[in-house]
Design a protein around this ligand. Structure first.
Ligand SMILES: Nc1ncnc2c1ncn2[C@@H]1O[C@H](COP(=O)(O)OP(=O)(O)OP(=O)(O)O)[C@@H](O)[C@H]1O
Ligand SMILES: [Mg+2]
Length: 489
């Protein structure tokens, strides 16, 4: 016997309101397939970015909406479809698994494993494309993200939640700088996502191997849009990496994402757009290429406390040709990001490594996240360095110099030597402060480039033994440094 009258009444109402009728469902058909894309007829209500399913079970993503037909990116490389194959709606959008299971893994833009292991058991899913956090959810960039690199941490500092472009010609050390930064996050409670776009398997293996050897793989996810993958996969790769990173950032964690590199990404997008018959614009890129990178990089931010206080720092990489930073894609990215680290081919060839061109590099917000003492010392040091770079130009013409000028150039040369750094030798923040205090106070002036390494090693050794606090008074630092260097303060 039914006792719940409310339920009974509700059922009765529903029966009364029921009108049998026609339910329309659309069935599309493939009209053309090739180059990783398909054209589909007969799905007039499909939405942009909707996932569609082909009759062989494979999936596609709607990329281009035209009046009569749809342009679809094929998501499964082994899809067996041809002209006439049936296509249906799913009403879904592309998602990827997120969570801690993704750490120490290499996945493709759909989250499928590329490391030969079983699929990661994700703790949740996230859409590849979402709107960036609104202003009210954002907070100021306040905490530093140490790269362990002397020249970057002192002169071009990066804050957690910042977007910092790494730009330079081919083979100038862009990937090295990004990888060194990932390695430097050990023990800093920063999770990392390294997105490789259009790279060969051998390059992917090198990257994962390096991360593993330096103990950085444990907190890193590698997302790969392989060189042999379709343009669609390469296009999706950075969005997949961003979604994985956001999964952690929204949980209140600090995350670093590297996009290596967005030049290849822009080219993949151009290829895709041309395949989809979108009108080409400047350099044959489609008109919305700026929007493509802006919407990706806008998702990097520091969230405010009500939204968990996490952060997503982005290090996009872009390659220039013939040092032309005023080219189309580089200028777009320079204007989207909060600063750039410019790697110069001439410096690289001259053995100044990392080949950071200080006058052309800038960090627009990282200074606010820098420790006040480091910022203060770096300001002084930077003035000396920029002055030296200007003076050095004159010496090339063989001009006779005043003794004061000569001394400034000597000091500048010494500084350039100090700023050189081997790969994979991340340095702690205390060391950055220490050597700058020593340099600014002239404690290193008597050193030659040959005995400089020993002096720096002496400082490092002293710090390991007993490091003063970063906020300790300058005099205390000076006294310690003088003792470690064996000079009078
Ligand atoms: N600080 C450094 N010290 C010594 N060698 C370095 C340093 N930075 C980079 N290199 C070397 O320079 C070479 C090129 O570096 P890398 O591959 O990072 O450049 P890239 O700009 O990413 O190149 P590509 O354009 O091919 O992606 C590598 O062999 C790397 O080991
Ligand atoms: Mg590279």
């Amino acid at each position: 016997m039914v006792t719940d009258n409310g339920l009974l009444a509700r059922l009765a109402r529903q029966v009364e309101a029921y009108h049998p009728g026609l339910r329309l469902s659309e069935r599309g058909r493939v009209t053309f397939v090739g180059d990783g894309v398909a054209w589909v007829d007969g799905l007039p209500s499909a939405a942009a970015e909707e996932i569609v399913r082909f009759e062989d079970g494979s999936r596609g993503m709607v990329f281009e909406l035209q009046k009569e037909r749809l342009g679809v990116i094929l998501l499964d490389q082994e899809a067996r479809i041809s002209s006439g194959s049936v296509v249906s709606h799913t009403g879904e959008r592309l998602q990827i698994g997120v969570g801690d299971a993704l750490q120490e893994r290499v996945v493709d833009p759909l989250g499928k494993p590329l490391d030969g292991l079983s699929p990661p058991e994700a703790q949740g899913v996230a859409l590849l494309e979402i709107a960036s956090p609104p202003i009210v959810a954002r907070d100021f960039v306040r905490y530093p993200l140490y790269t362990g690199c002397k020249v970057v941490d002192t002169l071009i500092p990066i804050g957690r939640g910042q977007r910092q472009l790494v730009i330079g010609d081919a083979g100038t050390g862009k990937t090295s700088l990004a990888l060194d930064t990932v390695v430097a996050q050990a023990g800093q409670a920063v999770k990392c996502v390294y997105v490789l776009i259009g790279q060969k398997r051998s390059e992917v293996a090198l990257v994962t191997d390096l991360l593993r050897r330096h103990g950085a793989f444990a907190y890193t996810t590698v997302v790969v849009g392989e060189a042999t993958a379709t343009a669609g996969m390469k296009y999706l790769a950075p969005f997949a990496g961003c979604a994985i990173a956001e999964g952690w950032a929204r949980r209140g964690e600090d995350v670093l994402v590297v996009y290596d590199d967005l030049t290849t990404h822009a080219r993949a997008y151009r290829e895709l757009s041309l395949l989809m018959h979108r009108p080409p614009g400047r350099e044959a890129y489609p008109g919305d290429i700026f929007y493509l990178h802006a919407r990706l990089l806008e998702r990097a931010t520091r969230l405010c406390a009500e939204h968990g206080g996490g952060s997503l720092t982005a290090l996009p990489i872009v390659e220039t040709e013939e040092s032309e930073i005023a080219a189309y894609i580089p200028t777009n990215l320079i204007s989207i990001t909060d600063g750039q680290i410019y790697l110069d081919r001439h410096l690289f060839e001259a053995g100044v490594l990392p080949a950071v061109d200080v006058p052309l590099s800038v960090s627009r917000i990282g200074g606010k996240a820098q420790h006040a003492r480091i910022r203060e010392e770096a300001g002084r040091m930077k003035l000396d360095y920029l002055q030296f770079l200007e003076l050095e130009v004159f010496t090339r013409f063989g001009a006779r110099l005043e003794p004061g000028t000569e001394a400034k150039i000597q000091r500048g040369r010494l500084l350039r030597e100090i700023l050189k750094q081997e790969r994979l030798t991340p340095l702690p923040a205390a060391f950055e402060l220490a050597w700058m205090v020593a340099f600014n106070a002239g404690l290193l002036d008597a050193r030659t480039p040959e005995d400089l390494p020993a002096a720096l090693q002496g400082i490092l050794g002293g710090l390991e033994h007993e490091a003063p606090a970063l906020d300790a008074p300058r005099d205390e630092w000076l006294a310690r440094l003088a003792a470690w260097l064996g000079v009078r303060p």
